[in-house]
Design a protein around this ligand. Sequence first.
Ligand code: GDP
Length: 458
Amino acid sequence: MVRTPKVALIGRTNVGKSSLFNRMVEEQKSLVSSVAGTTRDRFEADCIWRAEVMRLVDTGGLNVDRADEIEKNIVEQATIAIEESDLIFFVVDMMVGPTADDREIAKLLFAKKKPVIVLGNKADTVTLRARVDGDDWRSWPLPRPVPVSAKQGTGVGDVLDIAREKLLEIGMPPQPVSNVATMRVAVLGEPNVGKSTLLNSLLGTRRFITADMAHTTREPNDAPFEHNEKNYLFIDTAGIRKQSSIKNSGAHLELQGVERTLKILERTDVALFVLDVKQGITAQDKHLAGILADAGVSVVIVANKWDLVEQKTPTMITEVERYMRSLLPHLKYAPIVFVSALSGQRTKTLFDCIDKAFQARFIHLPDAEMKTFISRVIMKHKPSRGKGVKHPKILSFNQIATNPPTFLLKVNLSRKDSLADSYLRFVENVLREEYTFEGTPIRIRIAATRKSHTTYGG
Ligand code: GDP
């Protein structure tokens, strides 16, 4: 199995290593705990950038109090960091400029011939950023610093892009996030659609007991599982089934069922939404579809019991798919896989769908690319009016978050205008055509230059 590359942050104390470290891992806080092998140690964490993972190590400061010990300590600590990592982020302070300590470390790194990126931190202003071209850094054995600001977050993406290139160059590429993280999967659906049978087929054991009746899954237990060197955690969902399918359930229990589902979805990355093709789509299925869409989890629709469909024709899958799509409009991003949990037909392809849907959650599209993207979108189709008379003017479009991918569309609207929902759907559709977001929801938020803020969830 390929190893996740290690990147060490080294530098004097106070140059802002920890702040940079936090910047680089902050977006993924919720995921960090689910990454296999991640320690609770605050000095090591996985940095996810463009759906790929590198392991960041913060080495602490390299200063000492007494001058005679400077060299010894620098050499000792830096040597360990260097030896254990594939790439070095050497952090310097743009406000201070290169110090004697910095030069010592630079010499050492140069001698070691380890790939190094110099990060010029605290470059909060244009003037400070421009200092990287100054004479200070001329008699310097390493490349000039790349200006960054841990405080503002500027330049961090550029550094991670450069790091990615370097790691590819040395044959230690960052790992796709689906190779590194544990993907948490919940199997959801109505009683008797075949959830337990599907789990048996996927996990290849009889740990989930099936029978010809509902309520057969006992002892709620999450099941960790490895397949093709990837890690999954199948979340036990017996609880919801028990709650929601008890006879005379009434409004109260129904509500508990929803609450339990929401609890499960809080710790779910990808939901396998199981349907019984013989039974068709019920009101409950539609309800669950809405809950899944709102929760922002990724979804794969499993059209089960395909073996029971008699006299299949070549166009049948397309027809059934069209029928399902028309009744589940909230989940248009979810792929539909036709399986037989009982015979195992096509069930193993679900792992691939899970990986892809999970991976898509961490796609991060750069600002520059989104700038040309949105101008192309506008060329194809001018923003339509909701209410009002003028065409709203789009000011910018950026991706502001991952897991799930979230975008911000800034528009200029006169007081009476609004942006039509259909336009947001159009933007989402083009995003989906151009990038591989299959299985994952996309959020587009609107920031209007007027007071109102609305959210559109896809
Ligand atoms: P759950 O309540 O959703 O967990 O459903 P179970 O896994 O307990 O399955 C309910 C019934 O459907 C059992 O009798 C299974 O054998 C049957 N079943 C499940 N999947 C399939 C399938 O793909 N084809 C057929 N023919 N029967 C299935």
